[in-house]
Design a protein around this ligand. Structure first.
Ligand code: TXA
Ligand code: MG
Length: 318
């Protein structure tokens, strides 16, 4: 049975109890909804993998209240510390070597000697972490391979009956997952573009972020088709083929396409923050409407556009 509660004081207290009892709680963050479990409880973490139907044991992000809590879990080198001070709480995930005092279980780290940490900014996530008092591991609260959920309804659609409690905090503001930066190798490496723009991170670091070197990337969740809707997506389209519907950005397609062939515009005024916030809900709507072929207008590869294009490319892989 899945309970759904508003993400208020009462709901958060109930959620902390569920976590302490080894249960699963879906909760809003500023990026997407997470499927949370007590990071130190391997049986609870195993339930996350089962609920999502993840093929393998990919490492999970451990959510912490703040930098102090993060330092219990990982040995953060000076550059990572600087990023945490500049940006947390925010959609920034830092990967660093596990600290001796760390409690994130082996299963949640997929046996790695590193751990991914994030202090989320969403008030409901912050309240839950404060009430629970320990790190909460949470991948996105969708079935494996589906689009990440940005509303409680999306979580219900994917995980009803598989999660004990859903905290409903409305639509998540950023709508794209966090940016992941690894401090495990010799230089800071961008493992996943996300809701915090690369340029902001590079400005704070004073150096460019490296690209992951091997295909093994140690971020197995980054497989090519991770964000797949059922519909076939053709990206960077400047016009529509006969049987396609348009997913527009800034009115580029609608300028020369009949209005009934445009499914929607991610941001009619060409605002990339708005487009990011709309993307996953629109991809779910496209499938719900049973549309088969979608042509997506080009999105500039700047700021959060890098993360939007990353998710669109994955969604377009068959
Ligand atoms: O915005 C987000 O990051 C959301 C919310 C819920 O916080 N979470 C999320 O988690 O997107 P998930 O599990 O869908 O993606 C976590 C990514 C995976 O690609 C995983 O491989 C990578 O983080 N990861 C986790 N621990 C890692 C580690 N020690 N080394 C390298 N990659 C790691
Ligand atoms: Mg995910």
């Amino acid at each position: 049975m899945t309970r759904i509660l508003k993400a208020d004081v009462h709901g958060v207290a109930a959620a902390a109890e569920v976590l302490a009892a080894g249960g699963l709680v879906a909760f809003p963050t500023e990026t997407v909804y997470g499927l949370g479990a007590d990071a130190s409880n391997p049986a609870a973490v195993a339930r996350i993998y089962a609920a999502k139907g993840r093929p393998g044991f990919n490492p999970l992000i451990a959510h912490v209240s703040d930098l102090e809590a993060a330092q219990q879990q990982a040995i953060l080198p000076p550059a990572a510390l600087a990023l945490a001070r500049d940006f947390w709480p925010s959609p920034l995930t830092l990967v660093a070597p596990v600290a001796p005092t760390g409690c994130v279980c082996d299963l949640a780290r997929a046996g790695l000697s590193s751990v991914a940490l994030r202090a989320p900014a969403h008030p409901a996530a912050q309240a839950l972490l404060a009430a629970f008092g320990r790190p909460v591991v949470a991948p996105s609260a969708n079935r494996s391979g589906h689009v990440s959920p940005v509303t409680a309804e999306h979580v219900v659609a994917d995980l009803s009956g598989k999660v004990d409690l859903i905290l409903d905090g409305g639509r998540t503001p950023a709508g794209l997952e966090s940016t992941i930066v690894s401090f495990v190798g010799p230089e800071p490496t961008l493992l996943r573009p996300g809701a915090l723009a690369r340029a902001d991170i590079e400005a704070a670091l004073g150096e460019p972020l490296a690209a992951p070197t091997s295909a093994a990337i140690i971020a197995p969740g980054m497989t090519a088709a991770h964000y797949a809707p059922t519909a076939h997506l053709r990206i960077e389209a400047h016009s529509l083929e006969n049987d396609e519907y348009g997913l527009d950005f800034g009115g580029q397609l609608s300028a020369h396409t009949p209005a009934d062939r445009i499914f929607c515009d991610l941001s009619p005024k060409g605002d990339m923050i708005e487009a990011a916030a709309n993307l996953f809900a629109v991809l779910r709507d496209i499938d719900a409407r049973g549309l088969v072929k979608i042509a997506v207008a080009p999105i500039p590869q700047e700021g959060i556009g890098e993360a939007i294009n990353d998710r669109l490319r994955r969604a377009a892989v068959r």
